[in-house]
Write a protein that binds this ligand. Structure first.
Ligand code: HEM
Length: 424
């Protein structure tokens, strides 16, 4: 079915937001649109007898994100409910509020500023050109595996200071963590198999254990031969003069492997799909100037908004958007819904390469947890698409796309394409 540009995509207005299967056909936009319209802060029951407040309007999400004293991260940040023991064992900086959050974030934040990242552009471009050339050796291939997966994987290795040859191992483990609900990525699908033995490991996944072993080995090497990379930064003193415990180090390392890969991959892929569906915009972008590329990347981020939600927990009774919330209630910010709120964005269902302003929430917004890798991700998306598009004259879809089975990450995990190359 063709959806007219600018209209809400049709679909179930009452989709189950908690079900991983819901997202295997894409983001349930019609449900989010109804919720924003009728019940912007609405209670959702969960099968274990608990439930949460779904916050779907842009301004209410900002309120939750900003007000860290009332909406704490310390009791978990995703829909998955964890016992206090599990929460403690799996805690990273994401599950902390300032000031302990700040202590951890400052260890690595210098490596991710806009200026630091801009210095990598030439290196990223060389890698992106290699990736594009290799993929384009054949006219039909899967954009996800052959292009979108490749660059974030290579860049992660450069940042961590790990050998290029380990890239595939790290990415497959990261995929098993964030794809812990999709049988394509793990044998330990958390809602289908018994993962109790891994309950104290990140994402209840044996991949977490493998990453811990890897991290331990890398740390030992850095202690013998200190380097300038992120792993060495994680081993340095924090602002209060202490160093991370082994447990903190392991969890931090695992967070970095998990956070920066598939999110960037799925955003690039969603961007290419939107462009393939609008060939005139693809042509405009191909010949676009820096300004157009800059707004286009943010529009791709808004449009795809791959991290569907983050969760907080109310520390006191509070009113949100006119709805009373009790202390201890789970409060879930649906960033993917906020990014289509027409109180914030004109014509949100129009893919507008020149959208400006575009204060999207694909990286979060308003709070201390704003994505650490935001500038890196923007650059990877821009440079990968630039190097790819400049080598093709047309790109079309060559088979149905497949979506990740996850209520947390909304991503296209397979996108078969057919390309023509030559001088545009
Ligand atoms: C398009 C790609 C990406 C998207 C959509 C994305 C999205 C997000 C979101 C929504 C948050 C949480 C914001 C909040 O709770 O307010 C976040 C946090 C984070 N992201 Fe990203 N991310 C991406 C790429 C990356 C990359 C490349 C890295 C680094 C290698 C990274 C590392 C992190 C870290 C460490 C955090 C936790 C920050 C904190 O707790 O202070 N992300 N990201």
């Amino acid at each position: 079915m063709t959806v007219p540009e600018g209209s809400i995509p049709p679909g179930d207005e009452n989709a189950d937001l908690t079900s991983h299967d819901t997202y295997t056909t894409g983001v349930p936009h019609a449900t989010f649109a109804r919720l924003r319209r009728e019940e912007p802060v609405s209670w959702v029951d969960e099968t274990d007898g608990s439930g949460f407040w779904a916050v779907t309007r842009y301004r209410d999400i900002i309120e939750v994100s900003r007000n860290v004293e009332t909406f704490t991260s310390t009791r978990g940040i995703r829909l998955e409910e964890m016992s206090p023991e599990e929460t403690e064992a799996r805690r990273t900086m994401m599950e902390q509020d300032p000031p302990s959050h700040t202590r951890l974030r400052r260890l690595v934040s210098r490596g991710f500023t806009r200026r630091t990242v801009e210095a990598y552009e030439d290196q990223i471009r060389v890698l992106a050109a290699e990736v594009a050339e290799e993929a384009l050796a054949t006219p039909r291939f899967d954009f996800v595996t052959d292009v979108a997966t490749q660059l974030p994987m290579k860049m992660l290795g450069r940042l961590l200071g790990t050998p290029d040859a380990d890239g595939e191992f790290l990415v497959s483990q990261g995929d098993a963590l964030l794809g812990n609900t999709d049988p394509d990525f793990t044998d330990h699908v958390i809602d289908q198999t018994d993962t109790d033995e891994f309950r104290l490991i990140p994402f209840r996944s044996p991949a977490g254990l493998r990453l811990f072993d890897y991290a331990r080995d890398q740390a030992a090497r850095r202690r013998e031969n200190p380097t300038e990379d992120i792993i060495s930064q994680l081993l340095a003193e924090t602002t209060d003069g202490s160093v991370l415990t082994e447990h903190e180090f392991n969890n931090f390392f695992t967070l970095l492997v998990a956070a920066g890969n598939d999110t960037t991959r799925y955003t690039m892929t969603g961007g290419l799909k939107a462009l393939m569906e609008r060939p005139e915009l693809m042509d405009r972008l191909r010949t676009g100037d820096d300004e157009l590329w800059s707004t286009a990347v943010d529009e791709i981020l808004r449009w795809t908004s791959v991290t569907t939600h983050f969760r907080r927990t109310a520390t006191r009774g509070v009113e949100l958007g006119g709805t009373p919330i009790a202390a201890g209630d789970k409060v879930v910010m649906f960033f993917v819904s906020g990014d289509y709120d027409d109180d914030q964005f004109d014509d949100p269902y129009t893919f507008d390469l020149a959208r400006d302003p575009n204060d999207h929430m694909a990286f979060g917004r308003g709070g201390p947890h704003l994505c650490l890798g935001a500038w890196l991700a923007r650059m990877e998306i821009r440079v990968t698409l630039q190097e790819f598009l400049k080598r093709v004259t047309s790109v079309s879809q060559a088979g149905p796309e497949r979506y990740l089975r996850s209520n947390f990450i909304a991503g296209i995990k397979s996108l078969p394409i057919e390309v023509e190359t030559g001088t545009p």
